[in-house]
Design a protein around this ligand. Sequence first.
Ligand SMILES: NC(=O)c1ccc[n+]([C@@H]2O[C@H](COP(=O)([O-])OP(=O)(O)OC[C@H]3O[C@@H](n4cnc5c(N)ncnc54)[C@H](OP(=O)(O)O)[C@@H]3O)[C@@H](O)[C@H]2O)c1
Length: 277
Amino acid sequence: MTRPQKLLTVLVTGAGDGIGRATAQRLARAGHRVIGTVRSADRAAELTGLARAGGLPLSYSRLEFPSAADADALVREVESLGRLDVLVNNAGFGVFGAVEHVGAEDTARQFAVNVFGPLDLTRRLLPLLRASRGRVIWIGSLAGRISLPFQAHYSATKAAVAAIGDAMRMELRPLGVQVCCVEPGDFATAFTGARAVVDPPGSAYQAAQARCLRAAERQERGGGSPEAAAALVERLCRARRLPARAPVGRLARTMCAVHRLLPDRLRERAVRLNYDL
Ligand SMILES: NC(=O)c1ccc[n+]([C@@H]2O[C@H](COP(=O)([O-])OP(=O)(O)OC[C@H]3O[C@@H](n4cnc5c(N)ncnc54)[C@H](OP(=O)(O)O)[C@@H]3O)[C@@H](O)[C@H]2O)c1
């Protein structure tokens, strides 16, 4: 069941491309007031101009995790609107490489962008979300449930946001704020090209890593349209009661079933076969 159609104020991070872009545009087309974030000020101005020209209630602001100045300015901007109904924590990227080779800098960046930055932003926007009895939608990943080879750090960040979402849901339930973690499988987006691949020459993992990367990229390129994930997020903005987790995409639903039904050894074997390992 959905809430009666009321116009919402929604903040979508990482709205310059992929799932975030499709979500921000879809919500704005439905009449909601949407603020999307992108990393470059020029791109923010360009996308805001395009949205205004199309008559959409959609504007873009600059946010690059882990910039504290960007987060401060964004929080002030949203506070000045006086209302926030939904925060969609979508921005993210993936580091790809063997645990042995992913150094402290890449590890820190992976967690700063996918977990620490969004967590701090969420914390600071909670007073507005409490006032509106709003909702927080984390864009996690299937990788948050099933750890992926050569994507240990990415998988760990997505497990972290799912865990944070679970705890927040219990804390915020009595205060009327709902929290959900969307778990996409493979989607054809700029994510594939934006991946940071750590692959030193002569590494003992080289051949396996290359096969795994090829399989991951093939599956992503053949994956779902970001519109499908955006449609789910729109439904979650309006649904009366949010599920705790919301897998999206054919692979996500199948893999969640596999995850529940298979013993660890078989489950891991299925993941290895899927990634050509
Ligand atoms: N595609 C998939 O198969 C898949 C599967 C599972 C989960 N997901 C998750 O879905 C979410 C959206 O990904 P997508 O597939 O739509 O990928 P995408 O097209 O690459 O979009 C990612 C967005 O995150 C933004 N971003 C990246 N680094 C950032 C940073 N340091 N600070 C702020 N924003 C940053 C990008 O900003 P710019 O536009 O400025 O570059 C972009 O708009 C991510 O959290 C991803 O982990 C994707």
